[in-house]
Every structure is written in structure tokens, then in C-alpha cells.
Ligand binder design. Structure first.
Ligand SMILES: Cc1ncc(COP(=O)(O)O)c(C=O)c1O
Length: 386
């Protein structure tokens, strides 16, 4: 099997598994308990908090553990609006993950106005549009760091300058960017940032929300007051420990991973372009995360392509796997101005640290074969003279 769907989820790193195991059997205390068992669990969480904070240049007490990217995104959007109900305007982009778009739609049902910024043909927001959309009612701007489908990186630093000027908090969903590009919340000037563990070789069902000191939001989950009152409920200790370790590894190996992804990316892209006609790279050529390649194979149905690749033991995707609405045409590609044919012909390949150049070569060979097979029965056969 070749696994090229690391944007959907990643294998848990063996060192992460090792670190987590004791918290399932011997270290089973509740972190809120006063005795030794409890203290050990609490210390383990505090260590993980430092590891997560270090990866994004935050202070440990600016990190809240959550159940993942989805919860982090919901918490910031709902939490800030609940804390400042007198403000009723949110700015976001039209290419966000559903974990931003759905809470925005929910806010709209409650009378909040949401501006969905358009993007250019590379999937990138124009910061001037933010300046033009801000009004006295704007409570938050939320623009993702890197898009989960096409990998486009957004101009977060420029956006943060604008938001700082107007004193409006800026949140960024950095789920796909963490571990793929250097991130420092202070240098970026963001007020809130979402992270998910399972995208960086940590366990699923855990993540974090960075909230800059001084920014107050209403908690979403009430109860025993864990996570400084921001997220009640007995902590998922083993997963938090694993997430912390995954962040430590991601920080240590960031440069190595980035250069590995670039090598795989350029090798695969140059081979595909050379071997297969009528293919287009989507997203920006440079302003992108390099573990992602998003392509359109004209005259081919992306889902048929995924099935064919799967028959050859290769796991890839058409786009976002973190949504149950997989049948829906991609809102991201639509926002980039793609027509129906371009949208249906798309394929996302996403690398992890374990992928090799040999796997790239094998995949290009299979792609060549299956794309030709699918094109031989394509309704666009005559249009492109396949
Ligand atoms: C950009 C982005 N945001 C949020 C999420 C949701 O994260 P999680 O699966 O941890 O809830 C994903 C998952 O694919 C994502 O790609």
C-alpha cells in the first residue's frame, strides 16, 4: 500500500505511541486529583502544553486542549461572539473548511452577518478585501492558514497588520499548515490559531486552540472548570501526551520534513507533467504547502480515479475527507472559478514524512495507466482527442 492521503490523516509516530501507552494502564489518574496519580497526569498535560506552545511560538498558558481542529474553530467563533453579543459581523473566506463554514452558517441563523471573502484563481484571499469588509460591528476575522484541498497559503501576516490596525481579533485555522511551514504566532500577529493532532502524526480526537493572552471568549463547554475554565471535562490525558510528543517531533524535524516534501513534490509534478497530457496543477506554485499536490486531469472523473488507484493499493483523495458531504462539488474549486469538468477531474495527493521517491515513481506509473484507461471511455474523448 502507498498512503498519499496525509492531509486527511497521518500515521501516529511510533515515538508518540510509546509516550502515550503508560497513560492507558499505569498512569491512569485524574489530573484534577490531589494524590500522586493525579499530579503525574497533571504534570504530563503541562508538559504537553509546553510542547504544543513551542511548536507555534506561544506561551503554554495560551494553549487550550480541545478534541481537534473542528472544536477549536467552533470554540473561537462561537466563543467570541457569545462574549461580545453586541457585535454582529464576522469576516471569513469562501474556501474555509466546513469546521469554519458551518459555525458561520449557524451564527447567521442567529442574526450575525458573515462576509465570505472571494479568492483568486490560485485560491488566495486579497487582504484589501478585508480592509473593505471591516465595519464597526466586526467581531472577528477568521482566515485559514493553508487550504486543505489545494494547499494555498493565505497572506496571514498582511491580514494581521490590517486586523491590528482596526483592533479586530484575527483567528487562523492552521490545521493543514502546522508542521508544514514555520509558524510563530507572535511574528504572525494572530490572536487565535487552531491545531489538530492527527494531521501531524499524533492521535485523533485531540487538538488545541491558541488564544492570545488578553483575548477573552466565552467557554463553549461548562463543567468542572478544566483548561482554565475554557473547556470543562476530564482531560484526554493519553491523547494530549501523544499530541505534545507529536508537536515536539514536528518542531525538531520541521526543516527536514519541509525539504523532504519539496523533493517529493517536484519529482512527482515534473514526472506527471512529462508523462500525462492535459493535467493542471491547482493552487499556487510557490505560496503553498509542499506536502500537497492538487491536480486536474481533464476528461477524468476524480472519484473514478481514486477507486482505480485504490485497486492498485494507492490511497489518495479528491479533496476534503473530513466532511461527510463528499458527493458535493468542492466549494473551494468553485470559489477559484473552476468549471464542472475541472472540478470533477481533481485529485489530491498529500505526502507524509514516511513517503519515498520510489512511491512517487510507482504512483506516476499507475496514474499514467489508469488515466489512459479512464480517458479511453471518457465523454470528453473527442473534445481532447485522447
Ligand atoms: C483546514 C482544516 N480545518 C479543520 C479540520 C478539522 O480538524 P479535525 O479533524 O481535527 O476536527 C480539518 C480536517 O481536515 C482541516 O483540514
Amino acid at each position: 500500500m502507498i498512503y498519499f492521503d496525509n492531509a486527511a490523516s497521518t500515521a501516529v509516530h511510533p515515538e508518540v505511541v510509546k509516550e502515550m501507552l503508560p497513560y492507558f494502564d499505569v498512569q491512569y489518574g485524574n489530573p484534577s486529583s490531589i494524590h500522586q496519580f493525579g499530579r503525574k497526569a497533571k504534570n504530563a498535560i503541562q508538559k504537553a502544553r509546553k510542547q504544543v506552545a513551542a511548536l507555534v511560538g506561544a506561551e503554554p498558558d495560551e494553549i487550550i486542549f480541545t478534541s481537534g481542529g473542528t472544536e477549536s474553530n467552533n470554540t473561537i467563533l462561537m466563543g467570541i461572539q457569545a462574549f461580545r453579543p453586541e457585535k454582529n459581523h464576522v469576516i471569513t473566506s469562501s474556501i474555509e473548511h466546513e469546521a469554519i463554514l458551518e459555525p458561520c452558517r449557524d451564527l447567521e441563523k442567529n442574526g450575525v452577518k458573515v462576509t465570505y471573502l472571494s479568492v483568486d484563481e490560485h485560491g488566495i484571499v486579497n487582504p484589501n478585501d478585508i480592509t473593505n469588509s471591516i465595519n464597526p460591528q466586526t467581531v472577528i476575522v477568521s482566515v485559514m492558514f493553508a487550504n486543505n484541498e489545494v494547499g494555498a497559503i493565505q497572506p496571514i501576516k498582511e491580514i494581521s497588520k490590517i486586523c491590528n490596525e482596526y483592533q479586530i481579533p484575527l483567528h487562523t485555522d492552521a490545521v493543514q499548515a502546522v508542521g508544514k511551514v514555520p509558524i510563530n504566532v507572535k511574528e504572525l500577529g494572530v490572536d487565535a490559531l487552531s491545531i489538530s493532532s492527527h494531521k501531524i502524526n499524533g492521535p485523533k480526537g485531540v487538538g488545541a486552540l491558541f488564544i492570545k493572552k488578553g483575548l477573552t471568549i466565552a467557554p463553549e463547554i461548562l463543567g468542572g472548570g478544566q483548561e482554565n475554565g475554557m473547556r470543562s471535562g476530564t482531560e484526554n490525558v493519553a491523547s494530549i501526551v501523544g499530541f505534545g510528543k507529536a508537536c515536539e517531533i514536528a518542531k525538531e524535524r520541521l526543516n527536514e520534513n519541509i525539504s523532504h516534501f519539496r523533493t517529493l513534490h517536484s519529482s512527482m509534478l515534473s514526472k506527471i507533467v512529462k508523462e500525462i497530457p492535459h493535467v493542471k496543477l491547482n493552487g499556487h506554485t510557490e505560496k503553498r504547502i509542499f506536502n500537497n499536490i492538487h491536480l486536474t486531469f481533464l476528461g477524468v472523473n476524480g472519484e473514478d480515479l481514486i477507486i482505480k488507484l485504490d485497486e492498485h493499493g494507492i490511497a489518495a483523495s479528491t479533496g476534503s475527507a473530513c466532511s461527510v458531504h463528499t458527493q458535493k462539488a468542492s466549494h473551494v474549486l468553485k470559489a477559484m472559478g473552476f468549471n464542472h469538468e475541472q472540478i470533477t477531474g481533481s485529485l489530491r495527493i498529500s505526502f507524509g514524512y514516511m513517503n519515498t521517491l520510489d512511491e512517487v515513481d510507482q504512483t506516476v506509473e499507475v496514474l499514467k495507466k489508469v488515466v489512459a484507461e479512464l480517458r479511453s471511455v471518457s465523454p470528453y474523448k473527442t473534445k481532447y482527442n485522447f
